[in-house]
Design a protein around this ligand. Structure first.
Ligand code: RB5
Length: 150
C-alpha cells in the first residue's frame, strides 16, 4: 500500500472488538503495513479502557505511529485513549467522518465500533485513515487547541 501516513500501526480491542481486530490485522498485513497487536488476544471479557491506554502508551513512545482501537461501540476505548496528551482518537462510522478525522483533526487513532460497522466498512475506514493527509492550515491552530493551546 503506497502513501501510508503512519510507519507502524498499534492495534487493540476488547472482547467485543476482537473479531474485527483480527480482520483488520489481516487487512494491514496483506497491505504490508507494520502492525503490532496490543490485545486482547481472545474473546475473554476484558476492560476496553486498558486496551485504549495500552495503545496510547505505544503511540506516545513511537512518534509517527498510529493506532486502531475497537470495542462494541468504539466509545469507551476512544474515551480512554483520549485521556493521553497528544492522542487524538476519532470514533468514525463512515467515509466522511474518517476523511474529516484525518484531514481536519489529524487523528492518530481510528476508533471503530464492532457492533456498529460491518467488516467491509471498517476496512474502507481504515484505508482512508491510513492514506488521508492532514490538511494543515487553519486546522493546525484548531488541533493545537485540543491539547490545551488556548
Ligand atoms: C462491552 O460489552 C462494551 O460495553 C464495550 O465493548 C464498549 O462498547 C464500551 O464502550
Amino acid at each position: 500500500m503506497r502513501d501510508v501516513i503512519f510507519h507502524k500501526i498499534y492495534i487493540g480491542a476488547d472482547h467485543a472488538g476482537f473479531a474485527l481486530k483480527q480482520c483488520l490485522i489481516d487487512f494491514l498485513e496483506e497491505n504490508k503495513i507494520i502492525v503490532e497487536d496490543c490485545g486482547a488476544l481472545d474473546t475473554t471479557p476484558s476492560n476496553y479502557a486498558d486496551l485504549g491506554h495500552q495503545v496510547a502508551f505505544k503511540i506516545k513512545n513511537d512518534p509517527g505511529s498510529g493506532g486502531v482501537l475497537m470495542c462494541g461501540t468504539g466509545i469507551g476505548i476512544s474515551m480512554a485513549a483520549n485521556r493521553h496528551q497528544g492522542i487524538r482518537a476519532a470514533l468514525c462510522h463512515n467515509v466522511y467522518t474518517t476523511q474529516c478525522a484525518r484531514a481536519h483533526n489529524d487523528a492518530n487513532v481510528l476508533a471503530l465500533g464492532s457492533r456498529i460497522l460491518d467488516e467491509s466498512m471498517a476496512k474502507i475506514c481504515l484505508d482512508i485513515f491510513l492514506k488521508t493527509p492532514f490538511e494543515g492550515g487553519r486546522h493546525t491552530v484548531r488541533v493545537n487547541h485540543i491539547d490545551g493551546g488556548i
